[in-house]
Design a protein around this ligand. Structure first.
Ligand SMILES: *Cc1c(COP(=O)(O)O)cnc(C)c1O
Length: 432
């Protein structure tokens, strides 16, 4: 019966068979993800109980938002779940870049230096920092930036980091996920080692972690291993697919207070900023996030294993441990990238009938094809893929609100590549 409905959805018997075989081989991995989700689910419920979340927290609050119970309680829930003193979780933080820019601008002053010991940060931060000139960048405010590149193996150059720390260094930014780079994503443990190294030399330096795509992938977060602030987007992992907007910063109370003063205004801080009716989706999304992340991880590992068997290079590979939800697959041709992304789109619950095409995008130096059939525009905890049309012709894909949807998307991407003549069905049959 299950195979029949896959067939109705355009998945051939061979592709389905390969999917079943692959899934069967992944039982232990899946069980490991389920265990992590179980732990994190209880962590979130515990945080909600501890802070006495009630129905009144979902009330609509407008205007200044003084005494917005839902907002204040949610911030306490985030702080409890992430084991920090405080948190700022707001719909007024528009996205991950905004949350990161806010955390930086709020805690750096003219003359201070920002250090990235993990190489180049995420693309959108280049303009925030002023690596690429932009109006309002940190550079314009007299905040300097230093970067220590990674070693060959993608890990930390400790002697160079030690040398880069100087009397101006005020804040160190560490990106957990590789984003769209080829280096590894870092385990929380590795991040903890890096923070310990920095704190041993300079206990006063603020250690911030860009936690985008990392939340709930492990049972601990960077805030459990010494990070002073962790920062992320609610249309990624912690929003659980339900948050329609938002970002968070969790960490030391004094740093979070600076963030609040910067977000609203000196003197006003956390006291203003009405939650405008989004609280139920913020709470419910956070509640669902551990299982949503679990489904996305299953999808990522499934895809890695499917495409690895077919001889494509995948990062992370099919057996590596996971530290974020992103999967890269190098398809080696523009036709491959296009067919893959069109397959992901065709499997979507929303906009499945549209056919994405490569196009010029601001900030990219080649055409890019993007597949997203999402309930929330641009949400990348939902199943989504994008690929720049340039060598090595890799697609980056992530998300899936449920494992079943992620599975359909991946099988559909493969089917589409067969139908487009990029992959020979005989190559699938050889594996069966
Ligand atoms: C997505 C992401 C960002 C930026 O978040 P947006 O919501 O797209 O602005 C920053 N850092 C990393 C590692 C990300 O994955």
């Amino acid at each position: 019966m299950i195979q029949e409905i896959y067939e109705q959805m355009g998945i051939s018997r061979q592709v389905w068979d390969l999917g079943q075989r692959t899934e069967n081989k992944l039982k232990d991995r899946f069980q490991e993800f389920d265990r992590t989700a179980e732990y994190n689910q209880l962590k979130v419920i515990h945080a909600m109980q501890e802070n006495r979340v009630s129905e009144a927290c979902f009330n609509y609050v407008s205007g200044y938002g003084y005494n917005d119970l839902g907002r204040d309680t949610l911030e306490a829930v985030y702080a409890s779940a992430f084991h920090t003193e405080a948190a700022l979780v707001r719909p007024q933080i528009t996205c991950g870049t905004h949350a990161l820019a806010l955390a930086l601008a709020a805690n750096l002053r003219p003359g201070d230096e920002l250090l990235s010991p993990v190489g180049k940060p995420y693309d959108t931060l280049e303009e925030v920092i002023g690596i690429r000139p932009s109006n309002g960048s940190l550079a314009e405010y007299g905040i300097s930036y230093r970067q220590v590149d990674l070693l060959e193996d993608g890990y930390f150059d400790y002697p160079a980091i030690e040398a880069a720390l100087n009397e101006k260094t005020k804040l160190v930014t560490i990106q957990r996920s590789k984003g769209y780079q080829t280096r590894p994503s870092y385990s929380v443990k590795k991040i903890g080692e890096l923070i310990a190294f920095i704190k041993e030399r300079r206990p006063d330096v603020i250690c911030m972690v860009d936690n985008c795509y990392g939340e709930f992938v492990e049972t601990i977060e960077p805030s459990d291993v010494g990070a002073d602030m962790i920062v992320g987007s609610l249309i990624k992992n912690p929003g659980g697919g339900l948050a329609p907007i938002g970002g968070y910063i969790a960490g030391r109370a004094d740093l979070i207070e600076n963030c609040a003063y910067r977000l609203t205004s000196p003197g006003l801080g956390k006291e203003v900023g009405a939650s405008l009716g989004v609280m139920q989706s913020f709470y419910q999304g956070f509640f669902l996030a551990p299982t949503v992340v679990c489904g996305a991880l299953k999808g990522a590992v499934f895809a890695a294993n499917i495409y690895e068997q077919l001889g494509f290079s995948v990062v992370p590979n099919g057996s590596e441990s996971r530290h974020d939800i992103i999967q890269a697959v190098t398809l080696g041709s523009p036709e491959g990238v296009i067919a893959f992304c069109q397959g992901i789109q065709a499997a979507a619950p929303v906009d499945s009938y549209v056919n994405p095409e490569p196009w010029a995008m601001p900030g990219y130096d080649s055409d890019v094809i993007m597949a997203a059939g999402a309930f929330v525009q641009g949400s990348s905890i939902e199943l989504s893929a994008d690929g720049p049309i340039k060598p090595p012709y890799a697609v980056y894909f992530q998300g899936g609100l449920t494992w079943y949807h992620a599975k359909l998307g991946i099988l559909k991407s493969l089917q589409n590549m067969i139908d487009a003549g990029v992959i020979d069905i005989k190559d699938i049959e050889k594996l069966l």
